[in-house]
Write a protein that binds this ligand. Sequence first.
Ligand code: COA
Ligand code: HC5
Length: 635
Amino acid sequence: MWGICRRTVVGMSKPCGFVKPCHLVKPVSASRVAGRYLTHQKGLPSLPVPPLQQTCERYITALEPIVEVDELKHTKELLDEFKKAGGIGDRLQSGLEKRASNTDNWLSEWWVQIAYLEYRLPVVVHSSPGLVLPRMKFSDKQGQIRFAAKLIAGVLDFKTMIDNETLPVEYLGGKPLCMNQYYEVLSSCRIPGLKRDSVVNHAKSSHPPKHITVVHNFQFFVLDVYNNDGTPLTVDQLCVQLEKICSLSLETCMEPVGILTTQHRDAWGKAYLNLINDKTNKESISAIQRSIFTLCLDGAMPQVSDEMYHSCAATQMLHGGGSRWNSGNRWFDKTLQFIVGENGACGANYEHAPAEGPPIVALIDHVVEYTRKLETVQSPKVPLPVPQKLHFNITPEIKTDIEEAKRNMNILAEDLDMRVMVFGHFGKNVPKLHNMSPDAFIQMALQLAYYRMHQRCCSTYESASLRMYRRGRTDTIRSVSNASAFFVKTFDDPSKQNTEKVGAMEKAVKAHRAYTNMAVTGQAIDRHLLGLKLQAIEEKLPVPDIFKDTAYSKALHYQLSTSQVPSKTDCVMCFGPVVPNGYGVCYNPMDDHINFALSSFNTCKETSAGLLAQAVTDALLDMRRLLEQTPRAKL
Ligand code: COA
Ligand code: HC5
């Protein structure tokens, strides 16, 4: 059984117990710990290349519930050809194995390119996730500034642990996880290109940055966050500095240059070259890119009912609400943007290329805990310089680009239907009581909900962490199995007995948990298949027919794109659908409730985030009711 997330200090061999609040970990001086991180990383295993035969068999099994019989037959023929002794499959497999023995991780570089840097849709909604913190108790500018100051101080406190290599190591199923992603999220930024983007990380440079960027009323400022003696600015000092920034930007800027980062990547790549032609613009952008992170002090969002508060906050974090609201108050290429709204809505948006959700959430959990602490640090009395405003020269051409970006962003914001649902009836406690994996239980509820709405199963993605391996990212848990398909069909069948239904549920939950174990140990199929395809391209061989097959496209058309992202604090994480007629579902299972963020596109008439939310609620409740009403044989 996996899923225990214990932590220890990097370099120590034994877990120190259940999630230790990070700020309680005694900081150790940098010189004493130098190299701890590297030692930890070296001790991690390399990502395996699964056996070819195994992947081919598992691929066919995974296709069974989602493709037609004749399609399956055709794919089997293609696979037989692909994997025959001495065939193309064998050749690509050997190539992959060679790559695995020569690299830190045979997959990671490829994955970052394919999944992120060569993916050309806007990062907004299509790639960058949003995070909503529990609502903070402030409702005016003073409160907003005070909270933002505490938040900055909290991030800098976390950064000290990164810099000193005293970060608690995370564990999954008792195995230590790769900690590399923590070193990639601060002081880094995505840079648009004409065909593909890149990411720069300034954390390891000889002069690591000492400033953050603050954006208020669409205007950017450089804020130095360290005193001359190297100590971080105190909360009081940060408040004074943020007040100066706000008074320097009382009016909304007419040219929200940040909105350019919401564009399609090819369009932004082109506009970027034009923008940085100007020396001032280039320097301003470089300051944003080098900064430790960006803090967005947001203006108002549309007034909504209390019931819709969380959904509105999720859109604020995911896309900013459109050009009228806060979409221009961002630099979406920045790896980490913290967002502090006017009405207590706070959260973050992050550019996905450098890291997965869990390291970002660990940072946010730390920040939230930090902001709740009493402040005791005395501020130095020396006055601080006024934060420097970043200037942009806007030519008519750049203005045209900004107008186009505004239009497209507004279309996207209008199109996204986001529904946050706090499922309050139960959390991980109920599935555990029935000896079921909570994650698998929730996934089966999603399957049941989708089946009830659409009368069929769809290709479903769940993120699985590969961080047990050095530089590991993710693989796919295919939540649709023959067992899940049987379960959803049986559940509402009046001719079936309750005991049969429970049996079907148990089998489906077990099958899901088994797939999860397979995925987190590097034995799932999707990244392996992708690797084989990329190996063919790398060796300049024709792409094998199995990758040009309808079944392969169907398998990759994820109408349900899901991810479990747990947090210690009561956060809501969200992202958009990955196909036009699909749903994005992010959930955070707590002990006694589950936070869901469900999204769909309004332009697709078949999907509705609100209806899916209702269907998931019903499915979870119906599944519990069935378990409670049906006596089960004790093991
Ligand atoms: N009976 C009783 N309890 C059980 C159980 C069973 N049959 N099976 C599991 N549990 C318990 C576990 O011990 C765990 O206990 P805890 O709450 O004390 O930690 C808890 O239930 C949760 O386990 P489970 O629901 O099975 O899921 P998991 O925590 O192992 O998570 C994944 C599964 C796939 C989400 C996880 O492996 C993973 O990969 N996470 C990362 C995903 C990710 O990276 N997302 C973001 C991508 S950007
Ligand atoms: C802050 C929570 C972010 C979760 C983001 C996430 O799950 O991203 C997935 C990454 C991956 O490789 O599986 C992709 N997905 C959003 C499409 C599920």
